[in-house]
Write a protein that binds this ligand. Structure first.
Ligand SMILES: Cc1ncc(COP(=O)(O)O)c(C=O)c1O
Length: 350
């Protein structure tokens, strides 16, 4: 029998591959990773690490969950650890979503939310952010979804949502509320230490951004012990490998690199935004290590032009609400100067 697209499960038949640019030697300012390079504590750990490879890692990543408990003043059983916060997103749906259910997500926000909802047999209730990219609280709870997903700070807009809006959604929601804090190290507020205050709050965090460990694929969810216990029952056992887990423990125990990284972004973000304004861009306020900006020339011409000059930034110009916008990682001063210079060249050339 010939296997065709029609043989695929109906919910995933329409899927296309995820963003996978031909990178070559290009400088990547398109994935919001840490431009200061590998996490030094993790790198140091890996340089001397040797272990027997024939045993499985700890089933639920207890070493990492203990280190995180110490970091936040919570217990091991408040945490679920896995292969990236993307695994945690998938796990939320596997644990709490029925086939055919609707889950609520703001627009614009992280593109993979709809992918995980659809993959798990559900459909997305897209709720527009307000004009200034804040949450429309009434609209977010209107559909009484069993799962509401909110990235704060938001990707791709860069801004944090107001804590009082998150609290109101948590109190009015009829199911779990997932606050995805992939960029929270760069922001002022976080809900992690408040998970025991709510019976329906799940916070997601990652080692891919400020921690500079995207290659190792480590993420975790934090919730009250009841909800975390439910999710750990559904999680794929051993999904976080031992090498990544122990490198993450080393990184958690040395926060100096995170502090330095956050400081660098706080200094460089206004510098980059100023430079963008001088070139005619309209940058939006950001609490992240990236900036969304409306381009003064056609978004595709800009992104393709920069690519030819060896720099990748991310194109959001065809999407509703981010028309003609591009998103770029905040670099060091040298990287920002290089980016602004190449942008000026592309603008001049067109
Ligand atoms: C808002 C948001 N959530 C989750 C992720 C995924 O992170 P991870 O690398 O931990 O899977 C990203 C990655 O870009 C993100 O921007």
């Amino acid at each position: 029998m010939k296997i065709t697209r029609d043989s695929m499960r109906s919910t995933t038949r329409g899927f296309e591959r995820y963003y996978n640019p031909d990178v070559g030697d290009a400088i990547r300012l398109d994935t919001n990773t840490n431009v200061l390079g590998s996490n030094p504590a993790a790198e140091k750990f890996l340089s001397t690490f040797s272990a027997r490879l024939d045993n499985y890692p700890n089933t639920y990543s207890d070493h990492l969950r203990d280190a995180l408990g110490e970091l936040y003043g919570l217990e091991r059983e408040n945490f679920i650890a896995g292969s990236g916060s993307d695994e945690m997103l998938d796990l939320v749906f596997k644990t709490f979503s029925e086939w055919g259910a609707t889950s609520t997500i703001p627009t614009p926000s992280y593109t993979l939310y709809d992918y995980f909802i659809t993959m798990n047999g559900g459909s997305s209730d897209f709720v527009d952010l307000t004009e200034d990219f804040q949450l429309d609280v009434d609209a977010m709870v209107k559909n009484k979804s069993k799962i509401i997903l909110i990235p704060s700070p938001n990707n791709p807009t860069g801004n944090s949502f107001r804590t009082k809006d998150l609290e109101e959604i948590l109190s009015r929601a009829e199911g779990v509320v997932v606050v995805d804090e992939a960029y929270a190290e760069y922001a002022e507020d976080s809900m992690v230490r408040r998970v025991n205050e709510f019976n329906n709050l799940i916070v997601l965090r990652t080692f891919s951004k400020a921690y500079a460990m995207a290659a190792l694929r480590i993420g975790y969810a934090v919730s009250n012990m009841d909800v975390a216990g439910m999710m750990n029952c559904v999680k794929i056992p051993y999904s976080l490998n031992m090498v990544s887990e122990l490198a993450a423990v080393a990184a958690v125990k040395d926060q100096s690199f995170i502090e330095k990284s956050v400081q660098m972004v706080r200094e460089q973000r206004p510098y980059l935004m100023d430079g963008l304004r001088k070139l005619g861009f309209h940058p939006y306020p950001s609490d992240c290590n990236f900036v969304l900006a409306k381009s003064p020339i056609d978004h595709k011409v800009l992104v393709d032009g920069l690519k030819k000059k060896g720099v990748l930034i991310r194109d959001f110009g065809r999407k509703r609400r981010t028309e003609n916008c591009v998103r770029m990682t905040v670099g060091t001063k040298e990287l920002n100067d290089m980016l602004l210079e190449k942008m000026a060249e592309v603008i001049d050339e067109c």
